[in-house]
Design a protein around this ligand. Structure first.
Ligand SMILES: [Zn+2]
Ligand SMILES: [Zn+2]
Length: 329
């Protein structure tokens, strides 16, 4: 099969013919139709996440159909359409797994990081972590739901129920979260790179009450803010934008260092927290909610062998919505 392969930091992905994997017990062989490109893929390729398998096939927002079943598979049938998210395997026995926090499992394995992912024509995945995809969604538009959507949803839940929600970094996750937040009758305050008029316009088109640069203060104090951009200097800025008792949620897997800041902007019971990975329950909840909103994803399609170009465009902030690799041959 054709795959785009990562071999080490600083090197572009290599287009290669590799052998098609075989499904082991409990695994599905999936023919990949679409795989969205996530900022986490950039953090892996840039060497900021330091434990990838090598060589690695990245990609953890995968939509495809089941081509073959491993021994003991009983949740799915051949031909069914499924999604494969970031969380690829958990131990089931550590204290986190037993307490409903499998996202923090001590031995978790991650799709497109410690397991091969969907930048390929086929992949294998543990059936327990795969997610059925609603018929309402095409392959390409469903793909960003699987990380941008799921992590965005987890971030939104962590932000609490407050009405005024700030979002820093208006990319793939934000464009989904904004729709869910609006459905929940919240007000969205969108923060983009300073001067990014196009990004601010995009945010307004998705219903943002206000859009401005990340160094601006919103017209009113916010109840919570979610930071999707991987820039640590946004943390003190977001703290200044939230009201007493408010929460700042860092939604990314990696962020540059957070500069020191005066205690006064944290005081009055403001909270800073982060989101790590996802649970299967997040997947069920969000994929049930998405068609009701209904969440519509804006995608820009690339061919599988254009993965390097898609990553470069994401790096420069030059994608509206989500970049998705389409696998056809
Ligand atoms: Zn565990
Ligand atoms: Zn992701």
């Amino acid at each position: 099969m054709l795959a785009m392969v990562y071999t080490g930091p600083g090197k572009p992905l290599r287009k290669a013919e590799v052998s098609t994997p075989r499904p082991g017990p409990g695994q599905l062989l999936i023919r990949v139709h679409a795989c969205a490109v996530c900022r986490t893929d950039l953090h892996i390729i840039d060497g900021e996440l330091t434990q990838p398998k090598l060589p690695l096939i990245p990609g953890h927002e995968v939509v495809g159909t089941i081509a073959e079943l491993g021994d003991g598979v009983d949740r799915f049938k051949i031909g069914a359409r499924v999604g494969v998210p970031w969380l690829g395997w958990t131990c089931g026995t550590c204290s986190y797994c037993r307490n409903g926090q499998e996202n923090l499992c001590d031995d978790a394995k991650f799709t497109g990081y410690t397991l091969d992912g969907g930048y390929a024509e086929c992949m294998v995945a543990d059936e327990r972590f795969c997610i059925p995809i609603a018929d309402a969604y095409g392959d390409a538009e469903a793909a960003p739901l699987l990380c941008a959507g799921l992590i965005g949803y987890r971030s939104l839940v962590k932000a609490g129920k407050g009405k005024r929600l700030g979002i820093y970094g208006f990319g793939a996750a934000a464009h989904i979260v904004a729709q869910v937040a609006k459905y929940q009758q919240r007000e969205i305050y969108a923060f983009t790179r300073p001067g990014d008029e196009q990004g601010q316009q995009f945010a307004r088109s998705l219903g943002a009450t206000w859009a401005g640069g990340s160094n601006d203060l919103p017209p009113q104090a916010l109840d919570a803010a979610i930071i999707f951009a991987p820039a640590g200097e946004l943390v003190p800025r977001a703290l200044k934008a939230i009201a007493k008792g408010g929460t700042v949620v860092c939604g990314g897997i990696h962020m540059s260092d957070i500069p020191s800041f005066p205690y006064s902007i944290l005081w009055e019971e403001r909270t800073i927290t982060s989101i790590a990975n996802l649970t299967r329950r997040d997947g069920e909840e969000f994929m049930t909610l998405a068609p009701k909103v209904p969440v519509r994803t804006q995608v820009e399609e690339f061919r599988l062998d254009e993965a390097n170009e898609a990553l470069a465009r994401l790096r420069s902030g030059n994608i509206q919505g989500a970049a998705v690799l389409i696998t056809t041959r």
